[in-house]
Design a protein around this ligand. Structure first.
Ligand SMILES: Nc1ncnc2c1ncn2[C@@H]1O[C@H](COP(=O)(O)OP(=O)(O)OP(=O)(O)O)[C@@H](O)[C@H]1O
Ligand SMILES: [Mg+2]
Length: 273
């Protein structure tokens, strides 16, 4: 299989103010990331809070540039955002001046869809995320979970080749989350999209991912990639004994990283840095 997205030695630094030094310093968020995401793959990404998952997603989205290293999409260097990539941000990023429907139609306008097609497609995807009756509500009139569902509908409706999703289901109740997981898997199976999906949920990572990439604590690197060997998503995967084995394995790896992250924080506090 060919790599759809390829990262080589990707490092991202931010310059941050260091109050005690009175000048800014370089802060390394992710370092030396090597990762290939295969064409049509569903890759989930887990790692301790603050390890650089969202930073990595922003880089692939083309919203920020790496300090060093290369990020390729279909063999071409990513230089900015593009219609080939749809992003669902960790914090719902809706246009406040547009209704739920208007937000979903936005991406379709960019793709040049006609008025009628836009309306139809927006309706379809509002249904899909269970917001049929809320088409004309503005973001401030929706709950957090509903806003997130609008953001998910928007990214799906405009049908990008690559979906970059940053904890998209974190704010949802268990039932809504499970039904959207099913829908997303269904869409992925039907369309062959390449999906990079960040989550804090180990169950979610194992359930959705063909592979689960585990990141180290900050600065984030890829610690390990676990192949999830289910042949199909039919039946009750969560009841499969292998499901528990994968979950336990990833849980153990993450526990080590969380402990390392906490030790780093203590050290940073101890040295006043
Ligand atoms: N624009 C920025 N300027 C300075 N530092 C930043 C910036 N964006 C992120 N960081 C830092 O980079 C590190 C990684 O942040 P990031 O948001 O990628 O983590 P994350 O893995 O997504 O965490 P979480 O699981 O909590 O969402 C953090 O220490 C954060 O403070
Ligand atoms: Mg994040």
């Amino acid at each position: 299989m060919t790599a759809k997205i390829s990262l080589r030695g990707v490092t991202k630094t931010f310059s941050v103010r260091a109050a005690n030094l009175g000048r800014s310093t370089e802060f390394t968020a992710v370092a030396g990331i090597d990762l290939d995401v295969r064409e049509g793959e569903f890759l989930t990404l887990v790692g301790p809070s603050g390890c650089g998952k969202s930073t990595l997603l922003d880089l692939i989205a083309g919203l920020t540039r790496p300090a060093s290293g290369r990020i390729l999409l279909d063999g071409e260097e990513i230089t900015g955002p593009g219609l080939d990539r749809g992003v669902v941000f960790q914090q719902y990023a809706l246009f406040p001046w547009r209704t739920a429907r208007g937000n979903i139609e936005f991406g379709l306008e960019a793709k040049g869809a006609g008025r009628r097609e836009r309306r139809e497609r927006a309706g379809e995807f509002l249904d899909l995320v269970g917001l049929t009756g809320f088409a004309d509500r503005y973001p401030h009139e929706l709950s957090g979970g509903m806003r997130q569902r609008v953001a998910i509908a928007r990214s799906l409706a405009f049908d990008p080749e690559v979906l970059l999703m940053d904890e998209p289901f974190a704010a949802l109740d268990a039932q809504t989350r499970e039904s959207l997981q099913e829908e997303l898997l269904g869409i992925w199976e039907r369309t062959g999209k390449t999906v990079v999906f960040i989550t804090h949920g180990i169950d979610e990572a194992v359930y959705l991912g063909q592979r689960v990439a585990i990141m180290t604590s900050r600065p984030g690197r890829i610690k390990e990639i676990v192949d999830i060997g289910f042949d199909s998503r039919e039946g009750d995967l969560r009841a499969d004994p292998r499901f528990g084995q994968y979950r336990h394995h990833i849980w153990t790896r993450l526990r080590d990283e969380v402990a390392a992250a906490q030790a780093n924080e203590r050290e940073a506090v101890g040295t006043g840095g």
